[in-house]
Design a protein around this ligand. Structure first.
Ligand code: FAD
Length: 371
């Protein structure tokens, strides 16, 4: 039997803890926040499950992971079909025939393709040197101006002409009247919210959980007292930033309860103009088809923000420099912290969707227990 300390009660930490406990190991989970579930934390307000850290839609094409997560919650058939609001004009996302019909009045896929090709041609075969040129080379000028430019500038805090082209490798253009954002075989929202998933994972006699406990308050003690540590916090912070700081993007959420039934008619509305300071408004009750108290709704505005130490690091910025720096931290981890497993989006410094983070945790579990 091994004594594990899992740092972080998010999806990676909880999946690992659940699997280790099932195999008879003793697991202590510490979490610096006052709640379980990390960024997938949901909380009920007026009968509505409020996604506390941004809209979370579970989607995957991996049947094994879909079955795995379904043991902890029943999922509804929610289908992500966000809309864009560009200065009061509403467009369907992802870019599809409904979008093209509204933009140009075109009816057939051939007409839409011809319009896109005509607008892309303004670059005259020039190799895109920045994000603006890259986006135009992929989808043409109208979609770029109305649906990409303002949104991307707000997200990154830079002009698209100052952002590198590689950020957008592809922009899916769908020549069908299908507003379903994801191509995955399975998607949905857990009825009753996400927190129950982590609660159930951690409800095991071999697991103890302590909230409001920061690993760094007693780092040396923890490393001494446990056989192994699974660390899902920031890898650069673990090493006291001694090789330098990795870069992250942060977010600010502004949540409001409104005395009305239906504020915007959709769970997710993206604001794609440059002037509106937030990128999207989430109306949470639509994730569960309007469930909740009558004449109440909860909305959240999402504002992208620069990150500095002490802020929540929501997104790793995986550019060349940061990836190279991460690699050097990874080498340090492999050579100087052999009893520590670094996992999750902060420990491995990469953007993971929920299905991917469960997948990554299960790979770690296999390595750890099955050799
Ligand atoms: C705005 C937003 C929207 C998203 N939408 C989707 C979506 O629609 N679909 C999807 O599949 N995925 C989505 N994701 C991704 C999803 O949130 C992640 O895949 C998942 O939360 C990652 O789990 P994790 O355990 O790696 O990290 P986290 O959930 O961040 O868990 C890490 C935990 O470790 C704790 N911790 C850190 N440092 C310490 C420390 N020193 N001591 C103690 N505890 C510590 C943190 O407080 C946190 O609770 C979204 C992410 C964001 C930011």
């Amino acid at each position: 039997m091994t004594k594990y300390l899992v740092v972080g009660a998010g999806l990676f930490g909880a999946t690992f803890a659940f699997e280790a406990a099932k195999r008879g190991h003793e697991v202590k989970v510490i979490e610096k926040r006052g709640h379980l579930a990390g960024n997938i934390y949901t909380k009920e307000v007026h009968g509505i499950q409020v996604h506390q850290f941004g809209a979370h839609i579970f989607h995957t094409s991996n049947k094994k992971i879909w079955d795995y997560v379904n043991q902890f919650a029943e999922f509804n058939r929610y289908t992500n079909s966000p809309v864009a609001n560009y200065n009061g004009e509403i467009y369907n996302l992802p870019f599809n025939m409904n979008t093209f019909n509204k933009l140009w009045g075109v009816i057939t896929p051939k007409q839409a393709q011809a319009k896109i090709d005509e607008q892309r041609s303004i670059l005259a075969g020039k190799k895109p040197e920045n994000l603006e040129e890259q986006a135009i080379s992929l989808v043409g000028t109208d979609i770029y101006e109305k649906l990409i430019k303002g949104y991307t500038e707000k997200q990154w805090g830079h002009k698209t002409t100052e952002l590198p082209a590689f950020i957008i490798r592809r922009l899916p253009v769908r020549l069908t009247y299908d507003n379903n954002y994801f191509n995955d075989s399975y998607q949905g929202i857990p009825m009753g919210g996400y927190t129950q998933i982590v609660e159930k994972m951690l409800q095991h006699e071999n697991i103890t959980v302590e909230l409001n406990k920061d690993f760094f308050a007693k780092k040396e003690e923890y490393l001494r007292d446990y056989d192994k540590v699974v660390f899902t916090g920031m890898i650069d912070e673990f090493f006291d930033y001694k090789l330098g700081e990795l870069e992250y993007r942060s977010l600010r959420f502004e949540t409001e309860v409104l005395d009305e039934d239906n504020y915007q008619g959709n769970a997710v509305v993206n604001y794609t103009d440059a002037k509106t300071p937030f990128t999207r408004i989430i109306e949470h009750k639509h994730f569960e088809f309007g469930k909740g108290e009558k004449n109440k709704t909860v909305i959240t505005r999402e504002y992208p923000a620069d990150w500095k130490r002490g802020d929540e690091p929501y997104y790793p910025v995986n550019n060349k420099e940061n990836n190279a720096l991460y690699k050097t931290y990874k080498q340090l981890a492999d050579t100087q912290a052999q009893n520590v497993i670094f996992g999750g989006r902060l420990g491995q410094y990469r953007y993971y969707n929920m299905d991917q983070v469960i997948g990554a945790a299960l790979v770690t579990v296999d390595k750890e227990f099955e050799g």
